[in-house]
Design a protein around this ligand. Structure first.
Ligand SMILES: O=P(O)(O)OC[C@H]1O[C@](O)(COP(=O)(O)O)[C@@H](O)[C@@H]1O
Ligand SMILES: [Mg+2]
Ligand SMILES: [Mg+2]
Length: 331
């Protein structure tokens, strides 16, 4: 439940947000038990895309779907389900959800989360979600970490609510997250370096070259392998996140899903003053061609995200690592 928000939550969205909060509070309690509770990190099978499912993936998905009945929701699209599900034919809203993000971190006691976005419902469930991101009404994430928090936008800036563990209620924090304009951290799974295309290699090469390289400054690197945790860090201290496409079979379009992960995070990031692209185009301008479509994803501090796009525009010889001192990119 949300206690005394600073500003009202839009009436039509409030029952959905309340239902999400109540499930998130329950999940948070279960997660915090760790090994004292059920084995939430146990492998229980695979979803229709072949992704391994953990017990908590399935528990979270079932809990959200059940709690959303009677909230005005018509369509429920989950990363864990093959098709869009009808919740209530009279509802006017639709929700896309990654019920449990970062599931490889459950056993490691590292922050994990839930990502969602809300749209108006069309008569056709699939068509509702196969639109670009400009029709999103609200998006956000819950982070289950040292704090359990909800970071959400209703289209007018970003708001943050932290859960009081004693009562399970979410209280709004006085200051809203906004992505700082200056930052020097990048986040990428660098073990995939050899599989990346040249523009991504060149961008990272230039970061790694530090003060001696074309950027003329030192950078720090992070990789949590929880999209929610990376987003929360970037929301508080800026930086850039990249999950590009690469040459591994099945990773041509990266790993992250447009409908359940990238559209919601991109909407939030834009509302926080940052930018989000597929490397070149704004994510919110792109409509996925299927429900579970993946997309390369780059987001964070706006000028850093714009810089990644410029590497895609360069002639091949100019992005070669051999040209590490190219004057064009001197900061
Ligand atoms: O293990 P990799 O390839 O670095 O991928 C990490 C990414 O995969 C994810 O865990 C995918 O999300 P799920 O856990 O919801 O499948 C992201 O949270 C994270 O950014
Ligand atoms: Mg995820
Ligand atoms: Mg997930």
């Amino acid at each position: 439940m949300i206690a005394m928000p600073e500003r009202a939550i839009p009436d039509t969205l409030s029952p959905i947000v309340e239902a999400l909060c109540s499930v998130a509070a329950d999940l948070s309690a279960r997660i915090s038990l760790g090994p004292l509770g059920a084995d939430l990190g146990a492998a229980v099978g695979a979803n229709t895309d072949g992704d391994q499912q953990k017990a908590l993936d399935v528990i979270a998905d079932d809990a959200f779907r059940t709690a959303l009945r009677g909230t005005g929701l018509r369509w429920y699209a989950s990363e864990e389900r093959e098709t869009v599900e009808l919740i209530d034919a009279t509802g006017h809203l639709a929700l896309a959800i990654d019920p449990l993000d970062g599931s490889s971190n459950i056993d490691a006691n590292v922050s994990i989360g839930t990502i969602f976005c809300i749209r108006d419902a069309l008569d056709d469930g699939n068509a509702t979600f196969l639109r670009d991101g400009r029709s999103i009404l609200a998006s956000g994430y819950f982070i289950y970490g040292p704090q359990t928090a909800l970071v959400v936008t209703f289209g007018a800036g970003v708001r943050q609510f932290v859960m009081d563990r004693a009562t399970g209620t979410f209280r709004e924090t006085p200051s809203a997250p906004s992505i700082p304009a200056q930052a020097s951290e990048f986040a990428i799974n660098a073990s995939n370096y050899r599989h990346w295309a040249q523009p991504i290699r060149a961008y990272i090469d230039d970061c790694l070259a530090g003060i001696e390289g074309p950027r003329g400054k030192n950078f720090n690197m992070r990789w949590v392998a929880s999209l929610v945790a990376e987003t929360h860090r970037i929301m508080s201290r800026g930086g850039i996140f990249l999950y590009p496409g690469d040459e591994r079979p099945g990773y041509e379009r990266g790993r992250l899903r447009m409908v359940y992960e990238c559209h919601p995070i991109a909407y939030l990031v834009e509302q926080a003053g940052g930018a989000a692209t597929d490397g070149e185009r704004p994510i919110l301008d792109i409509a996925p061609d299927s429900l579970h479509a993946r997309t390369p994803f780059v987001f964070g501090t706006a000028d850093k995200v714009a810089r990644v796009a410029t590497y895609h525009d360069l002639p091949a010889q100019e992005v070669s690592a051999l040209f590490g001192n190219r004057g064009l990119f001197r900061a």
